[in-house]
Structures are given as structure tokens and as C-alpha cells.
Write a protein that binds this ligand. Structure first.
Ligand code: PLP
Length: 434
């Protein structure tokens, strides 16, 4: 297997040694991790679905509740966490995580809402250039959003929606095939919308190459970073991406339904020719409260904001971003993550063998921390194995039709968690068969 570190060995002592050598080990204690039914800690490998809660989150939320009680409406403008510019407290940290400039990044709304807002601006079809390239296996919300935008703009998905598929018998998308589709639809292609990390397979797509190819035929490019942000290093500005959206409840630990985020490249900041849905929070902040009805856009991505945002949803994300910053950002986290990915690969090969197949690409450049596992024939039913895992205190998820997703998150998962998971999987494969 590519990239495997042959110096790993199985067993709890080896895991303990890896944890002892981990410079980020202390960050685990900054999170509450769920307990199983018997009160023992779960092996929490579901951070790709809902990240763990930082211990400091409650304090951040309570601080705003207290300010509300103490200050009432004056809290909008008073003090260092005044609510009117509160979203700005998140910007710099988010910009570092996605590789954007602060003027290109804003925390607002939720992922699908942001996707719609940016499709309004960046899917601006003409009679000859009206096609959108997405993947056939796109997250349903993305597919629905694009389909409805195509119809909204007077076209039909049948003629305007291009679906990229893996080749027969393969699981993941090939860059060559994407480049061929982009070249084939060339002058008819208005937009390419792809994930940074594919939610089902865990594949990381080559965002810089895709962006360059799409721009080469005159199309725009957006990325859904739901599974990428906080998982893999990103450089949206340098890659020249037009726009991106993400949610914060997965690897960013922002809490259930937490505040989403958006990136728009700075070359569009002052572009008044883009169609855009407007609201008062997109107005230049200095003069917003003069209450004029001539829209004067904020000179940044903030001009896409509509409403004054939910402070109580932003507070836990603020707590989590502070943890990311103190951990040193994505470079050290990714270094640990690569080691954890290889350790899990090693243990799966060593302990589980060919009873389970990993559909995630094997090379490190093409994967984040998520491993998408499929129980091989003639083994037990995958869903039963997933249930057995849960009953034994492993939190991981099942995605139809047949994949178990496990994600060791470098901020709070240990090498011991990975070892325990593989031991429990080993047993679950037997238990589920009975
Ligand atoms: C999790 C996820 C979403 C979720 O969308 P919301 O609008 O936050 O509910 C969207 N797209 C992808 C690819 C996801 O993984």
C-alpha cells in the first residue's frame, strides 16, 4: 500500500508509544467526548459527521447570554464581543483554515443556503453557456440546489446538468476524466461545482488542477468544503477558486446545525456586475444604520451577508477556532493526521486483512482522515457490522448503500482510539456473522 510506514506495529503498547510522542496529544482534553451506555468513553470516530464539543464552548455561549442579560440591546455595540461585528471574530481563523484572505471569508447562514446565494452570483447562464458539471454521487443537497438553480434560470437539468462518474468498477473520480468532461463541454460550461473531499469515499479532489482547467474553458468553479475544512490543508486564494462554501459542525466542531461559511475570491469583491441577492447585513457596515435604501455593498465577501447572524450559534465555533489556532493550524494537524491515516491502514492490513475493503484512495495526497470501509463478500452484512461497532462503543457512521465511515480526527483522537477501533471491528466482523 502506498505511503505505509512499515515501522508501525500492532498492540496497545505501540499505540501508547505513538500517543506519548504526539505533540498535539493534550488537545484531546479540551473536548468532551461522548460516553457509551455503561459510562465508559466512546471511541468517537464520527467527527466527519458531528465534531466533538470543545470544553470552552459553554463558556463562550454563556458569555453572550450574560451580556444579553446585562446589556440587553446595548450588547450589539458595547464591549469587545459586540454582536454587530461579532462574525468578524471568526474571520481570521477561518481564513487561515481555507487559505483565503480575511476579505474573502465570512461565517454566515448554513452550507446549502450559502451555496444557493453563491450560485445566484456564479451561475449566470447564457443561451450558449448554461451547463453545470457536478458529480453523479454528489451530496443530495448540492444536487438539489444545482437542479433548482438551473430551472430557476430558465434551463432544464436534462440539457444543462453534467454528471461526472467514476469508471465502471471504480469508486473514485479520475482527474483525467474530469478534465475530459471540462474540455468536451468547453464553451457551453458555465460552472464546475465539486467537493473538496468527497463525503462518501473520502477522496480529496485536486482543486487547483480542476480550477485551472475550468478557467481555461471560461467556466467558473466552486467547491463544497463540508468534508475538507478542518480536515485537509486548503489554499483557495492561491488556487484561484471562484467561490466555496462549508458547514462548521463536522471537522470544525461548531455544533449541530452550526454556522456555515463562504469564500469568494477577492477579484469579485468590487464587482457590481454579478447578480446578487441583497440584505442589510451586506451593506457597508459604517453606514448600515443610516437606514438608506440605496445599497452600498461591503467591499468584501461580507456583501453576500443578508441578515444579522445568530450570535449563539457563532459562539461555540469561536471556541473551536481558538483551539485550532492554538494547535498551530492545519500544518501540524495534517502531519498528525497523515500518521494516523497510515497507522489505521497498517492495522487494517495487519488485523482485518481482506475481510474489509477501503474504498478511500490509498495515496495520502488523495485522502483526508476519513476511511470509507466496505465489508467484503462473503462476510456479514455491513449494516450489522456497523450496529455491532456502535454497541461496542465505537461512534462511526453508516452511509447507504454499503459504507462504514470512520474518521480519526487529529485534534481529539488518539492512536489508542484507532487501535481500539480495529480490535472492536475484528470482533464485530465475527459477532455480526452469527
Ligand atoms: C454535510 C454536507 C452538507 C450539509 O448541508 P447543510 O446545508 O449544512 O445541511 C452539504 N454538502 C455536503 C457535501 C455535506 O457533506
Amino acid at each position: 500500500m502506498t505511503g505505509m510506514d512499515l515501522s508501525f506495529s500492532a498492540g496497545t503498547e505501540a499505540a501508547t508509544a505513538l500517543d506519548a510522542a504526539d505533540p498535539l496529544a493534550a488537545f484531546r482534553h479540551e473536548f468532551h467526548l461522548p460516553e457509551g451506555p455503561d459510562g465508559s468513553p466512546q471511541t468517537y470516530l464520527a467527527g466527519n459527521s458531528l465534531g466533538a464539543v470543545p470544553r470552552s464552548a459553554a463558556g463562550c455561549v454563556n458569555a453572550e447570554l450574560e451580556r444579553w442579560a446585562r446589556l440587553g440591546v446595548a450588547g450589539h455595540f458595547a464591549g469587545e464581543s459586540a454582536w454587530e461585528p461579532y462574525h468578524e471574530l471568526l474571520t481570521d481563523s477561518l481564513a487561515r483554515l481555507v487559505g483565503g484572505r480575511p476579505s474573502e471569508v465570512v461565517a454566515m447562514n448554513s452550507l446549502t443556503v450559502n451555496l444557493h446565494l453563491l450560485l445566484v452570483s456564479f451561475y449566470d447562464p447564457t443561451p450558449t453557456r448554461h451547463k453545470v458539471l457536478i458529480e453523479a454521487g454528489a451530496f443530495p443537497s448540492d444536487h438539489f440546489a444545482v437542479e433548482s438553480q438551473i430551472r430557476q434560470r430558465g434551463h432544464e437539468p436534462a440539457g444543462s446538468l453534467i454528471l461526472a462518474c467514476p469508471r465502471a468498477g471504480e469508486e473514485t473520480l479520475r482527474l483525467d476524466d474530469l478534465l475530459t468532461l471540462i474540455a468536451t463541454h468547453g464553451s457551453e460550461l458555465a460552472l464546475v461545482l465539486l467537493p473538496g473531499v468527497q463525503y462518501y469515499t473520502g477522496q480529496v479532489l485536486p482543486m487547483a488542477e480542476i480550477t485551472a482547467a475550468a478557467h481555461g474553458v471560461g467556466a467558473r468553479v466552486g467547491f463544497d468544503l463540508a468534508h475538507a475544512v478542518g480536515n485537509v490543508p486548503l489554499a483557495l486564494h492561491d488556487w484561484n477558486v471562484d467561490f466555496a462554501v462549508w458547514c462548521s459542525y463536522k471537522y470544525l466542531n461548531g455544533g449541530p446545525g452550526g454556522i456555515g461559511g463562504a469564500f469568494v475570491h477577492e477579484r469579485y469583491a468590487g464587482d457590481r456586475s454579478l447578480p446578487k441577492l441583497l440584505g442589510w447585513w451586506g451593506h457597508r457596515a459604517e453606514t448600515r444604520f443610516e437606514m438608506g435604501t440605496v445599497f452600498d455593498p461591503a467591499p468584501t465577501v461580507e456583501s453576500w451577508q443578508l441578515s444579522n447572524p445568530p450570535i449563539l450559534a457563532m459562539a461555540p465555533l469561536r471556541a473551536s477556532l481558538d483551539v485550532f489556532d492554538r494547535a498551530g493550524g492545519m500544518a501540524p494537524l495534517r502531519a498528525k493526521s497523515e500518521q494516523q491515516i497510515q497507522y489505521l491502514d497498517f492495522l487494517l492490513a495487519e488485523v482485518i486483512g481482506d475481510r474489509v475493503e477501503t474504498i478511500t484512495p490509498t495515496t495520502l495526497a488523495e485522502r483526508g482522515c476519513q476511511h470509507s470501509l466496505r465489508v467484503r463478500e462473503p462476510g456479514p452484512d455491513g449494516r450489522a457490522v456497523h450496529q455491532a461497532l456502535q454497541q461496542s462503543g465505537v461512534a462511526c457512521d453508516w452511509r447507504s448503500p454499503d459504507v462504514i465511515r470512520v474518521a480519526p480526527v487529529p485534534l481529539y483522537n488518539t492512536f489508542a482510539d484507532i487501535g481500539r477501533f480495529v480490535d472492536i471491528l475484528d470482533r464485530a466482523l465475527g459477532d455480526a456473522a452469527r
